[in-house]
Design a protein around this ligand. Sequence first.
Ligand code: AMP
Length: 230
Amino acid sequence: MAVVRALDRPLIFLGAPGAGKGTQARLLAERLGVPQVSTGDMFRDHAARGTELGRQAKAVMERGELVSDDIVVGMVSERIRRADCAGGFILDGFPRTRVQAERLESLLAETGWPGALAVNLAVGYTDLLRRLTGRRTCAVCGEIYNIYNRPPKTEGRCDRDGGELKHRADDREEVIRERLNAYEQETRPLVEFYRQRGSLAEVPGEGNADELSARLLDVVRSAQAAGAGR
Ligand code: AMP
């Protein structure tokens, strides 16, 4: 039986650290009923479980650098072949380098998917810093808050399950600088990569998370409709 896909092609979230990729990928994934595949969350999960991969990734993440392309691509390759990705999936934090973007194209071709649609969330530098320093994540369910513009109802506790809200180890100022640097050098050029393929949607990332989520859903639906009409 043919699988009915919620997404006609995978979605990628580009955008600097703090642009809202995680929050938006999560909201959209819930709305569309597809998995959010976050490479950062996968590494943090490995680190929390103390696996060999987690041990290696933790040291790299704490410096704000990028984990090697081979490791990340291998992890994504395994993840997107799982059954829950058959109806579509949203990649959050991947690809981050040109090599990763090229290898993703081959992976998608191998697994029967058309090229991905890349959504670039554009946010100014001052907002990025506020979002990164104010970010808090639920230790239980992963819900993302911001003490400045998306605070929880009770300080330090998740609205959904009361879980403790944690400040990410790499959301400290010295590490943030390094992460933004890695973004400028390695990831920003991917905006052009996807533009050249006619697969780029640019979305202003300002405003609150719910407004942005509604804007994004419109963008994704019109891209799907345009794709279906081709
Ligand atoms: P994120 O949660 O997306 O901000 O990712 C946190 C950290 O995980 C990054 O600063 C990198 O060290 C590592 N990481 C996540 N995704 C990738 C990727 N696609 N390539 C290389 N490193 C990654």
